[in-house]
Write a protein that binds this ligand. Structure first.
Ligand code: UDP
Length: 476
């Protein structure tokens, strides 16, 4: 009978490896712990390199009960050139909604009864499609509880604020959160006349229409914020903190070189430098970072991407750099640092690097997945936010959790200079952790234990996922 069939859910990730990775972990957990079947329904734009990265990633998942449907790519010839990345991603999901309907019909006709459609925060309009099909919609919030609180308060904030957020004299105060400087709010909130902001406001309203919001954070990481979300009535739907959902498994096979190199380094001696799947620096900034690393005299493993002058997220849709990123480094840099630096082009097996005994620090762009990677592995951080909601994450890590030191860009040219980089790296790696650096290290190791506890037997995240699985099971 139908009731005996294992529960089956569908997941609609928005384009971007950082969006797909935690959702794949969610799927793996539902399959291995709760015997679910999961179908990924993948929207994409016409960018084949990006799609290819997603395809190989999904095909490498070792589970028979995880399947994929790739929706026909949509094309973006008519977008204005100043369209922000958040809009672009949301639009690619929106334009795929007719294809999503067709996929849901096909699944239904083949006898699949879905007990949930999980969409991420850039695909929230799919909530309506789920409703059309009487499938309970859930939102996967791939950032933290503070960001969720901001999104839920945005309509109110919008009403009471007359200026641009970056010009606010007082910080934004969200219940249970650290005070947030207006300029640390996400990129697409910074120009309120822009389509992307209007779009964000519209999206906020969809949250309350879902049956639940799944958050990739955990209770002990943001206890005050989770409590406020629940108690102060701003979130009318149940919130499930199930983090940290971070990438497990081996990842790509380009991995072995850097792990072998790490094997040869002393304990805690290496700074891992990465700006995520899409982050890019300007050429001047890239050179400044290289010189700063060289001046620090410390060991480093740097995932380097070709510079881009126009956008800090230039690699988001391409993943692989087109030009060889090593060609942009200062003359002689590779030769001079060859005994203590390793350069990796485009991608490293981040969690294996962070788990390695030789890794002693992580310079991160503060994408939320990377923040969780750092926390889970207890590696102290240097926060260097670039785009999207990364400045907010950097504030949470630095001022709230106090597990990172944040770089400061020069106000005139926007550059983080070599002296500052060298000083931070030396402090974090070189000094054997003294003073403020020691505090940062101690605190992140406390969070590492808290993260492990959340996912241990009867831990808060394990229980929250169990509740969800139960809800989805009885709905079959
Ligand atoms: N990642 C990785 N190797 C890299 C860069 C990124 O494995 O060289 C993974 C990382 O573990 C994380 C994701 O890609 O799961 C990046 O997500 P994040 O939210 O940090 O940033 P985004 O790429 O979305 O800006």
């Amino acid at each position: 009978s139908q009731a005996a069939a294992p529960p089956h859910i569908a997941i609609l990730p928005s384009p971007g490896m950082g969006h797909l990775i935690p959702l794949a972990e969610l799927a793996k957990n539902l399959v291995s712990r709760h015997s679910f079947s999961v179908t990924f329904i993948i929207p994409s734009d016409a960018n084949t390199s990006h799609l290819q990265a997603q395809k190989s990633f999904l095909q490498a998942l070792p589970y028979d009960s995880i399947n994929c449907i790739f929706l026909p790519p949509i094309s973006f010839t008519d977008l204005p050139h100043d369209t922000k990345i958040e809009s672009r991603i949301s639009l690619s999901v929106n334009q795929s909604l007719p294809h999503l309907r067709r996929a849901l019909i096909t699944l239904h006709e083949s006898g699949t009864r879905l007990s949930a459609l999980v969409v991420d925060i850039l695909g929230v309009f799919a909530v309506d499609v789920a409703r059309e099909f009487s499938i309970p919609p859930y939102i996967f919030f791939f950032s933290n509880a503070m960001a969720l609180s901001l999104v839920l308060h945005l309509p109110e904030l919008d009403e009471v604020t007359a200026c641009e957020y970056k010009d606010l004299l007082e910080p934004v105060r969200l219940p249970g959160c650290i005070p947030l400087k207006g300029k640390d709010l996400p990129d697409h909130f910074q120009d309120r006349a822009n389509e992307a902001y209007k779009f964000a406001l519209e999206k906020c309203k969809k949250y309350q229409l879902a049956d639940g919001i799944i958050v990739n954070s955990f209770l002990d990481l943001e206890p005050g914020t989770f409590k406020a979300l629940k108690d102060e009535g701003c979130c009318k739907v149940p919130v499930y903190p199930i983090g940290p959902m971070i990438q497990t498994g081996s990842g790509s096979n380009s991995s072995s070189d850097c792990l072998k190199w790490l094997d040869e380094q002393p304990d805690g001696s290496v700074l891992y430098v990465s700006f995520g799947s899409g982050g890019t620096l300007s050429h001047d900034q890239l050179i400044e970072l290289a010189v700063g690393l060289e001046m620090s005299g410390q060991r480093f493993l740097w995932v380097v991407k070709s510079p881009d002058e126009k956008a800090a997220n230039a690699a988001f849709f391409s993943v692989e750099s087109v030009a060889d990123p090593l060609d942009f480094l200062p003359r002689g840099f590779l030769e001079r640092t060859k005994n203590r630096g390793l350069m990796v082009s485009s991608w490293a097996p981040q969690n294996r690097v962070l788990a390695h005994r030789s890794t002693g620090g992580f310079l991160t762009h503060c994408g939320w997945n990377s923040c969780l990677d750092g926390i889970t592995n207890g590696v102290p951080l240097i926060a260097w936010p670039l785009f999207a909601e990364q400045r907010m994450n950097a504030a949470l890590l630095t001022e709230g959790l106090k597990v990172s030191l944040r770089v400061e860009a020069n106000e005139e040219n926007g550059i983080v200079d070599r002296e500052q980089i060298a000083r931070l790296v030396r402090g974090l790696i070189g000094s054997g952790e003294e003073g403020i650096f020691k505090d940062v290290g101690n605190r992140i190791r406390v969070l590492k234990d808290a993260a492990a506890k959340a996912w241990s037997h009867a831990g808060s995240s394990e229980k929250a996922l169990g509740e969800l699985a139960h809800k989805w099971t009885i709905q079959v």
